[in-house]
Design a protein around this ligand. Structure first.
Ligand code: NAI
Length: 332
């Protein structure tokens, strides 16, 4: 058994963390041989609930957990951490637009960026889940200049999982038969879930999703709309935002970053853009990435149709606006 790594979860008393913590503790993210010390950050009114969560961590009786730190102080939470799940933020409620959340939430990520900069390991891997996730990740990175920009990512894996599952369901297949679905852009209703380069595989064959489904109208209409608005649909039904599936997506994202992707396949992550696919530089934009040695690389050479190009531009425009608003809030 190796040395334990330190993993911070913010919003540790919240509903996503409630599922996420048990999966980290179980070895689903960093492997079943990697011990962990959990750093749990939340705000003062949540400390009673967090105390209960810590009691349950004890009661999970999982051998990989070598300890936990429960705190309201970013300097304690981020001290020497190897990985960070930044979940804590104000969640979107029914009828609320993501934009309303922006000014409240980016300030949290400014403070946490500064704390990561000062206290975390320089190779810390940061996954931002709290919304607006892409822009929060950008702000966090901006205030942590001593940590490489590549180490800050935003979660669009839930969107990818939703899209993959919807395609599999439509075809009556298992999700594992659907490969290389891409989410482009913002984790918002402007995101572009793209299956043009995705394939459906069985034991001995591989066929494009477009050929398999053979209904371009659905693929470029209802399918996209359904994925873009899935978060709102879950809120309407559950009166609370996606939590179980969001936690699972965070696990998928960090596990693949830690352990790599299979050859020939890619996943979607909000990462710092470098101009690939005509996306403006220096946005945290969801792109197809392949991963090895804990380093992600943007997958190059995918076919972008005119239909797709339009959608890529639209979501970039929203991210540029969010960036501008966020910077104004932080500088005020
Ligand atoms: P929740 O309200 O159940 O939990 C959030 C927790 O964060 C609360 O315990 C709260 O006290 C805490 N918190 C607030 N400010 C904090 C701060 N400054 N530092 C530390 N903790 C703080 O919300 P839930 O459902 O767990 O969602 C968390 C976030 O994840 C929301 O912003 C939500 O919109 C976002 N989300 C993102 C998804 C994605 O795909 N990127 C999917 C689903 C949710």
């Amino acid at each position: 058994e190796g040395e334990p790594i330190r993993v911070v979860v913010t919003g540790a008393a919240g509903q996503i963390a409630y599922s996420l913590i048990s999966m980290i503790a179980n070895g689903d993210v960093f492997g079943t041989k990697q011990p962990v010390i959990l750093h749990l950050l939340d705000i003062p009114p949540a400390m009673g609930v967090l105390e209960g969560v810590c009691m349950e961590i004890d009661d999970l009786a999982l051998p990989l957990v070598k300890g936990y730190v429960k705190t309201t102080e970013p300097e304690v939470a981020f001290k020497d951490v190897d990985a960070a799940f930044l979940v804590g933020a104000m969640p979107r409620r029914e009828g609320m637009e993501r934009k309303d959340l922006l000014s409240a939430n980016v300030k949290i990520f400014k403070v946490q960026g500064e704390a990561l900069n000062k206290y975390a390991k320089k190779d810390v891997k940061v996954l931002v889940v709290g919304n607006p996730a892409n822009t929060n990740a950008l702000i966090c990175s901006f205030y942590a200049p001593s940590i490489p920009k590549e180490n800050f990512t935003a979660m669009t894996r839930l969107d990818q999982n939703r899209a993959q599952s919807a395609i599999a369901k439509r075809l009556g297949l298992c999700v594992s038969n659907v490969k290389n679905v891409t989410i482009w852009g913002n984790h918002s209703s402007t995101q572009f879930p793209d299956v043009f380069n995705a394939s459906v595989t069985s034991s001995d064959s591989s066929k494009s999703v477009y050929d398999s489904i053979n209904d371009t109208q659905w693929l470029e209409g209802d399918f996209i709309k359904t994925i873009q608005t899935r978060g709102a649909a879950v809120i309407q039904a559950r009166k609370m935002s996606s939590a179980m599936s969001a936690a699972k997506a965070a696990v998928d994202h960090m596990r693949d970053w830690w352990s790599g992707t299979a050859s020939g396949s890619w996943v979607s992550m909000g990462v710092i853009s470098d101009g690939s696919y005509g996306v403006p530089k220096d946005l945290i934009y969801s792109l197809p990435v392949s991963i090895s040695n804990k380093q992600w690389k943007i997958v190059q050479g995918l076919k972008i149709t005119d239909f797709a190009k339009n959608k890529l531009d639209l979501t970039a425009k929203e991210l540029l606006e969010e960036k501008e608003e966020a910077m104004a809030v932080c500088n005020a």
